[in-house]
Design a protein around this ligand. Structure first.
Ligand SMILES: NC(=O)C1=CN([C@@H]2O[C@H](COP(=O)(O)OP(=O)(O)OC[C@H]3O[C@@H](n4cnc5c(N)ncnc54)[C@H](OP(=O)(O)O)[C@@H]3O)[C@@H](O)[C@H]2O)C=CC1
Ligand SMILES: O=C(O)[C@@H]1CCC=N1
Length: 293
């Protein structure tokens, strides 16, 4: 048994029951992050799926968290949870949240990580105003380097705000934003790791095609991305200024950047993030239609 860290004890989180309703990639990222940081003991966490019990078994084995053996245990876990994380795909959210109507109480804190799903729609689906924390984390929470946008429903108390912030700060950085801006957060940092991985895929492919071994191409790419992100953080300089320092007149970087500009790299990124934000809004609108039809 690991000892709770001082943050877990001081925040009072250690005595709560957390239930992850939807136990996929994002739920695992948060579970692993908060357990690694000793915020709570694994037996205070339950993981719940619709049908995939093998996945729950895997999580129970890997982290020591509770997995319900049957439907009755699942309902009991949800009923006794102090905090329920909604972590299923947007298309599954309406049906799942309706199941919670009779299980939540006025004291239950709902934390959603679902892209696009508004606080208003969650309240409609639950048929009651509730304390709801809407978040947009990312999978880097797994290693404590997540970036999470957070907003709150009106009835969330100061204590509940602190609780939610403590949970997400344990797995990375948090930024409190007005709720409509969470779709932008989704475009920038929720989906963001995928853009960086995509860039890395391209760098590794190029390195290999031009003669490097897979291992060398991978190592050089990983260290380059890591170093560049650390440089922005450590120097607090703008990425554009740091880029200029790499770019010698008529040198290799200038040749590469000109090629990226010919392919509208910068606009492509802006368009991609705008599209992701709009897609989040579309997903939310679909769920809202379901909730009211
Ligand atoms: N992945 C990411 O990078 C991020 C994801 N998100 C959000 O997190 C949410 C989950 O995404 P992700 O973890 O990738 O998805 P996954 O597909 O990995 O996991 C979703 C899980 O939800 C379960 N589920 C589906 N329906 C129900 C239900 N009715 N009751 C209980 N559990 C259910 C599924 O179980 P079963 O297989 O049994 O159906 C599955 O285990 C999404 O809404 C996404 O927008 C937010 C930020 C980043
Ligand atoms: O792709 C998605 O819809 C989710 C939300 C943010 C990251 N993954």
């Amino acid at each position: 048994m690991t000892l709770l860290s001082s943050s877990g004890v001081q925040s009072g989180i250690g005595s709560l029951q957390l239930s992850f309703f939807g136990a996929g990639s994002m739920a695992e990222a948060i579970v692993r992050g908060i357990l690694d940081r000793g915020l709570i003991e694994p037996d205070h966490i339950s993981v719940i799926n619709r049908q995939n019990s093998a996945r729950l078994e895997e999580l129970a084995q890997r982290y020591g968290v509770q997995a319900p053996p049957d439907e009755e245990a699942k309902l009991a876990m949800l009923r006794h949870a102090d905090v329920i994380f909604l972590a299923m795909k947007p298309k599954d959210a309406a049906a799942a949240i309706k199941q919670l109507r009779q299980l939540v109480t006025a004291d239950t804190l709902i934390v959603s990580v679902i892209a696009g799903l508004s606080i208003r729609t969650i309240e409609t689906l639950l048929e009651q105003p509730m304390a709801i924390v809407r978040t947009m984390p990312n999978t880097s929470s797994t290693i404590g380097l997540g970036a999470t946008g957070i907003s709150f429903s009106e009835s969330v108390t100061t204590e509940q705000r602190k609780l939610a912030e403590t949970i997400f700060q344990a797995v990375g950085l948090t930024s409190i934003v007005e709720e409509p801006l969470l779709d932008v957060v989704t475009g920038v940092s929720g989906s963001g790791p995928a853009y960086v991985y995509y860039l890395m895929e391209g760098m590794i492919t190029a390195g290999r095609q031009l003669g490097l071994t897979e291992e060398a191409a991978r190592e050089l790419t990983v260290q380059t991305v890591l170093g560049a992100a650390h440089m922005v953080q450590a120097t607090n300089e703008n990425p554009a200024d740091l880029r200029r320092k790499v770019t010698s007149p008529n040198g290799t970087t200038q040749a590469a950047i000109e090629t990226l500009d010919e392919h509208n790299f910068s606009q492509a990124i802006v368009h991609a993030i705008d599209r992701a934000a709009k897609r989040a809004a579309e997903l939310g609108a679909d769920i809202e239609r379901n909730a009211t039809s």
